[in-house]
Design a protein around this ligand. Structure first.
Ligand code: ATP
Length: 462
């Protein structure tokens, strides 16, 4: 297992501050002091999440013929979560401190500070007085319908704690309408809610978050092999969005730490600046969920194999990723500071977000060299307008070009196009209708003909 203690709090502080300053992530309800464990994604953050979800959907649904999509409701019938075991058992052990009234997750006290003496762990401060651990259910409960009495048990519903359960309960409908044969999967991206006892590490442990989950249904004898295949596919996905393999670690979860229904679980972990932590779980969940729903609903959820004439409950492999955790990993991985020399030869620190172009929130920036030059502005605006339907681009004409580059570096824009005097043909016909393209990482520039820009970008953003 990777080193969970290897941390870099200074780097994390810089990342959190850049996220706010450049519009990636803000504290939810900041105006009113903040809502703990909830986050709002700003103009840059929302693009990153959208790019991540689109790429995940493309790889797992659009490019495969054996996986179909679902978008289930967030409000979840009590019976579903009773059958799945969440109502009775989706809890974490919690302890209270009688002195300071703070609450902590009993099984996760590493790195947690005592509110009175932050240099110590809870229980290790001079005045700490901890209770015994007791179970705290993590689900948010609500009441459905205007006429419902507050204590009417039939009106109780929950905000789903995972997206998976609507996949299991719609398994039969999807099977019938999509006419899939085993093995096949159902994929879903959506919000999930957990009333975490100690939300922390920025967005890593939130109370509201998004999951990207696949339930891949199969014959029992294929499940372990498929679990290994899914692990490989998922590792490749992270590499494709800019997280190098050496920063990813696979934890083969030991028997006594796996969910009781799982015969194999891998956690994919990433070296965050606050330690090596889980990004995704790839779990073989057996036939547990479908069996439970069949039992509780009294409706058959079996699969009939036309060839072998067998009827059985499919087994399932579940790759379950967190979109917010992946976004955070991508942001942490992209953050870089390097020493460069400015136009006057003075050393300065360049902050650059080295996002994979696929995930970068802004794909290209377009500048006229001089904002007072009407010809340059007109062409720059035309380039901007031609690219807008294809991707997120940004037009900027204010300040020196060097400063504009730095602003784009901070949000990770991979390419900047500048319209200059050459573009207008003022330095000879050979460079007319070309622009400079400046590469974010190498800071090198080359010239490209304007009509080729869209195709040139398309190749680099695929
Ligand atoms: P943890 O052990 O960190 O609480 P978990 O094992 O309970 O996570 P799962 O139930 O396997 O998590 O959920 C699948 C994925 O959903 C996780 O790998 C993670 O990416 C994401 N996820 C779970 N809980 C949270 C949370 N509180 N905030 C953000 N993402 C989460």
């Amino acid at each position: 297992m990777a080193d969970k203690e290897h941390t870099n709090p200074e780097r994390m502080e810089k990342i959190v501050s850049l996220c706010k300053r450049r519009g990636f992530i803000y504290q939810s309800a900041e105006l009113y002091g903040g809502l703990n464990g909830c986050w709002d994604y700003g103009p840059m953050g929302v693009e990153i999440k959208r790019n991540l979800k689109n790429y995940w959907w493309r790889k797992n649904v659009r490019e495969r013929d054996d996986i179909v999509g679902l978008d289930g409701s967030i409000l979840t019938h009590q019976a579903i979560l009773t059958a799945s075991g969440h109502v009775g058992g989706f809890s974490d052990p919690m302890i209270d401190c009688r002195t300071c009234k703070a609450r902590f997750r009993a099984d996760n006290l590493d790195g947690v500070e005592c509110p009175r003496k932050p240099s110590r762990r809870p229980g290790h401060g001079p005045e700490c007085d901890l209770t015994e651990a007791r179970e705290f259910n993590l689900m948010f409960q609500t009441t459905v319908g205007a006429s419902a009495e507050e204590d009417d048990p039939n009106a109780v519903a929950y905000l789903r704690p995972e997206t998976a359960q609507s996949i299991f309960t719609q398994f039969k409908n999807v099977l019938e309408t999509s006419r899939q044969k085993l093995p096949f999967g159902i994929a879903q991206i959506g919000k999930a809610f957990r009333n975490e006892i100690n939300p922390r590490n920025f967005t890593f442990r939130s109370r509201e978050f998004e999951q990207m989950e696949i339930e891949y249904f199969c014959r029992p004898e294929d499940a372990l092999r498929l679990t290994d295949e899914w692990l490989e596919l998922r590792l490749r996905f992270y590499e494709e969005i800019g997280i190098p393999r050496e920063k990813l670690h696979v934890l083969d979860v030991p028997d006594d730490e796996r969910a009781h229904y799982s015969k194999k679980t891998y956690d994919i972990e990433y070296d965050f600046p606050f330690g090596c932590q889980e990004l995704e779980g790839v779990a073989y969940r057996t036939d547990y969920d479908l069996s439970r729903h069949q039992e509780h609903s009294g409706k058959p959820l079996e699969y009939f194999d036309e060839e072998t004439k067998e009827k059985f409950i499919p087994h399932v492999v579940e790759p379950s990723a967190g979109c917010d955790r992946t976004a955070l990993a991508v942001i942490c991985e992209a953050f870089d500071e390097e020493e460069v020399t400015d136009a006057k030869g003075k050393p300065e620190v360049r902050t650059v977000m080295r996002f994979s172009p696929r995930i970068a929130p802004v794909k290209a920036a377009v500048f006229p060299l001089l904002k007072k030059n009407a010809g340059q502005v007109r062409i720059a605006r035309e380039i901007e307008a031609s690219l807008r339907p294809l991707m997120n681009v940004f037009y900027d004409e204010s300040g020196a070009v060097g400063r504009r580059y730095r602003r784009q570096d901070e949000i990770g824009t991979p390419f900047c196009f500048t319209v200059d005097f050459e573009t207008l043909g003022e330095k000879g016909p050979s460079l007319k209708d070309t622009v400079t393209v400046r590469d974010r990482d190498s800071m090198q520039q080359e010239r490209l003909p304007i009509p080729e820009l869209a195709a040139w970008l398309g190749e680099r953003l695929r």
